[in-house]
Design a protein around this ligand. Structure first.
Ligand code: PMP
Length: 332
């Protein structure tokens, strides 16, 4: 962090170096100690600040990105917010293709941050011309002087976490970490963080979190892309209906799948028991941690770090709305 007497030169200096916070009540009945890396403390309120800044800085260094250029990306919202925020500070135009699963508040946020937003259907194949992947590609081709961030297939996504999230956790735990539990979307967080941690201590277990309705767990176990696994689900940013190359499957020891309902209740429980107001995938991570615990992954000596990817404010019209929970059939 480039700080001058406690003054940041810009909001971008505040990306990363998020706190590790001990969990108490919510993990009371689980064996071991539990600590949360709370990524909501980034200025854009999610872990995606790290990759957005790393990829943009890299493109600038390589001379690919010049002032006045356009940044194009596919995003479930958070990467878009980070890119839009950085674009404002650095003077770029930002065009985002988002899935229609993205909460309305997130879309409004992106627009507030100056981005042009294209909403695309979530439940179509990745190679369908209507998918947000294809729409972003087309916009990139048509827009002169544009850069496609391509987080699902960009090595720099893994590298951002390898260079920052991994070393931070290693230092914050003084090397005591035994398990990492992390959500897998693009796979950048779990792969980059996991790679760094395993290089420090190969015995550290990297436990992935996938969504029911996504193909990642089965692909990890069998090497097979099984489209029968694909079902609509509600959790934004978790799991995939394609195999992202930003996921290093060799680094991940195991995946566990979680449901929309359990994850929503786990996120609410996190607020009530720890005062931590985090997003839907943070609920998914806590839910998976409970499931891993029930399968005896942990013992009294386990030092477990879970990553909470974003802030709860982006889900007020979803998991933190009783009427939304009722509509899903989660609440009576
Ligand atoms: N949680 C949320 C809310 C996200 O937006 C994402 C990114 N898609 C993830 C978790 C997963 O992180 P990653 O893409 O690094 O696997």
């Amino acid at each position: 962090m480039t700080k001058n007497n406690g003054i940041a030169n810009s909001i971008l200096d505040l990306v990363g170096e998020t706190p590790l916070i001990k969990l108490h009540e919510i993990t009371k009945n689980l064996r071991g100690s539990y600590f949360a890396k709370v990524e909501a403390f980034n200025p854009g309120h999610s872990s995606k600040d790290r990759i957005a800044l790393h990829i943009i800085n890299d493109a600038e260094k390589k001379g690919i990105l010049k002032k006045g250029a356009t940044i194009v990306e596919t995003t479930s919202g958070n990467t878009g917010f980070s890119l839009a925020m950085i674009s404002l500070v650095k003077g770029y135009k930002c065009i985002l293709a988002v899935s229609d699963k993205t909460s309305l508040d997130k879309i409004d946020l992106l627009k507030t941050m100056g981005a042009e937003v294209h909403v695309c259907p979530a439940n179509v194949a990745a190679d369908d011309p209507r998918s947000y992947y294809e729409v972003a590609k087309i916009i990139h081709k048509k827009t002169k002087n544009s850069v496609y961030i391509n987080q699902y297939f960009n090595e720099l996504n893994i590298e951002a976490h390898y260079r920052t999230t991994g070393p931070e956790i290693w230092e914050q735990t003084a090397g005591k970490i035994t398990h990492l539990v992390a959500a897998s979307g693009t796979g950048g967080t779990i792969s980059g963080t996991g790679k760094y941690l395993k290089e420090q201590n190969p015995n550290i277990k990297i436990l992935g979190v996938d969504a029911i309705g996504s193909v990642l767990k089965k692909f990890h176990e069998t090497g097979e892309f099984d489209s029968n696994e694909i079902k609509p689900y509600k959790i934004e940013g978790l799991g995939k209906t394609l195999i992202p190359t930003a996921t290093d499957f060799d680094i991940i020891d195991v995946y566990e799948k979680v449901s929309d309902k359990d994850s929503a209740f786990a996120a609410r429980e996190l607020v009530k028991k720890e005062g931590l107001f985090c997003g839907y995938t943070s609920g998914a991570v806590i839910q998976a941690t409970k499931q891993y615990s029930a399968m005896s992954f942990f013992n009294e000596d386990s030092f477990v770090v879970v990553i909470f990817p974003d802030h709860g404010s982006r889900y007020m019209n979803k998991i933190y709305s009783d009427s939304w929970m009722q509509e899903q059939g989660f609440l009576d």
